[in-house]
Design a protein around this ligand. Structure first.
Ligand SMILES: [Fe+2]
Ligand SMILES: [Fe+2]
Length: 506
């Protein structure tokens, strides 16, 4: 499905932006392996609920969830399928996955000794999938207790929620640790893929929650709690939809923030007139929904670049990076106009953004915070965005859509190059500790982005660019393996040549 030569050109463009030789990188595009780091960690479940008990009526019944060895997990499953955590119990950190054999076509690691970013690292083998059949190796990490996951995180034992991950893993959301922390007496678990990352965690159930189970939500959304919600209060359970697509997200506490849609015409680019006549009504509706989400993300990217510009200034960036960041923000305004135009044409009504809530958007200028978000949002996020747009440009049938994707791909490739040049600037003269921090940030971001997104599309149709969760996951893993990982390795290699400021325009 993917144009692998196009991915090679993307990688080479980033290498050129960094002034690196492609030969310096030991990776080959023909690796053929399926996953980057975290291969096999695909996770596509939404909330654990399977039936509705209606709103926030509380837990009725309750069956202790037992671990594979028959011991109590500390979690209770209510009759409606929701799960809460009564007690913090130690988890088995064993990772039940085949070890890397060393003969795989592509390897991010060869032994467990290479997986040191977090405790309980294992270098696992993955066979690949239907898209990319080659075998590969990548690091994954487990946990034994909450303390190992750091502040504001908990260790969710393997087997508590069904998410296709056969080991215990740290969650990024921990509004509570056990039921005792909640006024409702119910510290509920959420497991939801927002389209970027699998968001697993714990939050107190409350009367103010707008849902309790998936059945309380409309089709296509799930009852979950996110660090930030565009539809409800942060840390409460709301009907959430997958909210991640092309470009640089405005991440706040790990979740993409966007403006809700509104009825307005001033964001609609008149010249965008896709074919709507020959489309099946269901396909047209699905396209309207998809482009409304994409447009909102592109719109939020403008704010992301505004924040990025301020951070660059605080860290003493050279003028060419500031200039490129301003140009990128302008590109994102245009991407949003294109996106809202497509959404409006497919929906046959005007769609645009309403006000973007910037409450609580941090402006942190600490080097490591900026490095971490640059790696997650841009070096990984925008490189994947460019790769997705490249693939879609060659896939869709409507020439108007093809031109849109090609233009976005071209712009996102430039944004990805900017991200990597900025990374090089931030790492110039950095000590080994900071470089190790950056390597660990890449490991985390690559592992998180390697999962299949849990998009529950009513329609999957390649010829209009509506890809399935598996197709998107395969495409992202290919971009991670063929572009992100080699570029990160080349830039962060301990033996990398010294970087001088004169190289920044290379
Ligand atoms: Fe972008
Ligand atoms: Fe964009």
């Amino acid at each position: 499905m993917h144009d692998r030569l196009a991915f090679l050109s993307l990688r080479l463009s980033i290498f050129a932006a960094l002034g690196l030789s492609a030969i310096a990188c030991g990776s080959t595009v023909d690796g053929g392996g399926e996953g980057g780091a975290g291969s096999g960690a695909s996770s596509s479940t939404s909330t654990s609920s399977s039936s509705s008990s209606g709103g926030s009526s509380g837990c009725v019944g309750g069956t202790p969830i037992l671990l594979a060895d028959g011991t109590d997990s500390g979690y209770i499953r209510c009759d409606d399928g929701t799960i809460h955590r009564a007690a913090a119990v130690a988890c088995d950190p064993t990772i039940q996955a085949a070890a890397c054999e060393g003969t795989e076509m592509y390897k991010d690691c060869t032994s467990d000794a290479d997986c040191t970013a977090k405790p309980h690292g294992k270098c696992i083998h993955h066979d690949g999938n239907f898209e990319v059949p080659g075998p590969s190796c990548g690091c994954v990490y487990s946990c034994a207790n909450d303390a190992e996951c750091g502040a504001d995180s908990v260790c969710v034992c393997q087997g508590v929620v069904e998410n296709d991950v056969s080991w215990s893993r740290c969650s990024a959301i921990a509004k509570c640790a056990t039921d005792a922390d909640c006024a409702s007496g119910e510290c509920g678990i959420t497991s939801f893929n927002d389209g970027c990352f699998q968001q697993i965690g714990l939050a107190c159930r409350a009367d103010t929650d707008t849902c309790r189970v998936d059945a309380d939500c409309m089709a296509g959304s799930s009852c979950a709690t996110l660090p930030y919600s565009t539809v409800g209060e942060a840390g409460t359970f709301n009907c959430e939809t997958q909210n991640c697509a092309i470009g640089r997200p405005l991440l706040v506490a790990g979740a993409a923030r966007t403006a809700p849609a509104s009825n307005r015409v001033d964001w609609i680019l008149a010249e965008i007139t896709p074919d709507t006549e020959t489309l099946d009504p269901a396909v047209r509706t699905a396209l309207a929904e998809a482009w409304t989400e994409i447009a909102a993300l592109e719109h939020a990217s403008v704010a992301s670049f505004a924040r990025f510009t301020l951070q660059l200034m605080a860290l003493g960036a050279p003028p060419e990076l500031l200039f490129a960041a301003q140009q990128a923000a302008a590109d994102e305004v245009e991407h949003a106009r294109v996106g809202y135009a497509l959404a409006s044409r497919y929906a046959d009504r005007p769609i645009g953004p309403s006000k973007l809530d910037l409450t609580g958007v941090p402006l942190d200028t600490d080097l490591r915070v900026v490095l971490g978000s640059l790696i997650e949002e841009a070096c990984v996020g925008e490189t994947i965005g460019a790769a997705e747009a490249l693939a879609l440009a060659g896939m869709v049938r409507d020439p108007v859509l093809g031109q849109v994707h090609a233009r976005i791909a071209e712009d996102e490739q430039r944004h990805a190059e900017l991200a990597w040049r900025t990374l090089r600037f931030l790492l110039a003269g950095a000590d080994e500790d900071t470089r190790r921090f950056a390597r660990a940030a890449f490991d985390r971001a690559i592992e998180a982005a390697s999962a299949d997104p849990s998009i529950r599309r009513a329609v999957v149709a390649e010829d209009v660019g509506l890809l399935s969760s598996k197709q998107l996951g395969a495409l992202r893993r290919q971009a991670l393996r063929d572009v992100v990982r080699p570029c990160a390795d080349a830039l962060l290699a301990p033996v990398a040549a010294p970087i001088v400021s004169a190289d920044l325009n290379a």
